[in-house]
Design a protein around this ligand. Sequence first.
Ligand code: FES
Length: 172
Amino acid sequence: MRAVHRPNHHDDPVSRREFLGRLSIALSALAAAVVGIPIVAYLLSPLIHPETNVWIPLGDAAKFRVGETVQVSFRDPSPLPWAGLTAETAVWVRRNSAALADFTVFAVNCTHLGCPVNWLPDARIFLCPCHGGVFYADGTVAAGPPPRPLFEYQSRVRDGRLEILTRPLPIG
Ligand code: FES
């Protein structure tokens, strides 16, 4: 008995090529969406979530040592469901004196294009790794492209906890 060969479109090299082509387009579109959505969400967040001015805790005020500048991470108070890691941010906190609420809190983001700046304690400057922006300890611009001083958050101490008033950053 002779075997009957039924044409199967999965065996057809043209169909397979077409399928793979479509799959690759679909995957590219998916990848673009995954990358693009958090960026679009970040750009639109002040419009979608205008209530970003909220006090958020940074921890026990007593744990900060006078004169030290330390980085503290916190979660954006208006994280969007798809924001993922973009909702994670940080500030530089300095306790200026032993007085209960004498703190200076800078946004970690450079005022040029938003890269996180590093604090160099020996030189007492903030250095931006992206385009060499330099800020003095008081946040004012020392050199490079940043157009304005580091953004400073309003802070307070409530029930022994340091808190900052978050709001959209004027970057760029
Ligand atoms: S982002 Fe900091 S100098 Fe450009």
